[in-house]
Ligand binder design. Sequence first.
Ligand code: TYD
Length: 206
Amino acid sequence: MSGLFISFEGIDGVGKSTQADLLELWLTEQNKDVVRTLEPGGTDVGVEIRKILLHHKGDLAPRAEAALFAADRAHHVASKIRPALSEGKIVITDRYFDSSVAYQGAGRDLSRTEVRDLSLWAVGGLLPDLTVLLDLPADQARARRNTSGTEPDRLEKEKTEFFETVRSAYLDLAKAEPERFLVVDASVTVEEMQELIRKRVAGLIE
Ligand code: TYD
């Protein structure tokens, strides 16, 4: 596979999509072929799965939730990500594999190893070349989310404590794979964050 695969991660409200947008813009300006996508819901099947994951009223068993995220990802990789990478494109995804390990593996009481194995199976072992983790304390991320004015979805309704657990799981993942992760302090300005990200990506596309 000859393309470049970049994922953005972090708890809800840290500003992943803004940073992914700016990176996409910068790469496109350099005439790079970029596929911008997201999880859950990066495909037509994924859009259906996303409705259940984010808007289902009532209980959803933790293992069912993990399996649905894995199903979304399996189809996303097979139908969109792998084909783009094999055509040499740059794929930028807003969330991927590590979201499941952090949210389902740590946030819900499932084993991180089991969720990791499930997700790795779903994607046939495909990991990003670079994962940008935007890091911010949960209370600050929540404050940013509240300014958006939209109704919170099923996961956004979780307590600050849940997001602190997810945040620390992300930091553990980054520590375990320092070559794959770029951890960016999301309390700095949008421009400062983007500069750090571009510097790292520049080293990968030369
Ligand atoms: P979304 O509206 O896309 O939020 P964000 O802009 O923060 O990415 O909602 C995705 C939600 O799903 C978010 O709360 C994180 C959660 N999620 C998981 O719990 N596990 C996963 O594997 C993925 C991809 C997302």
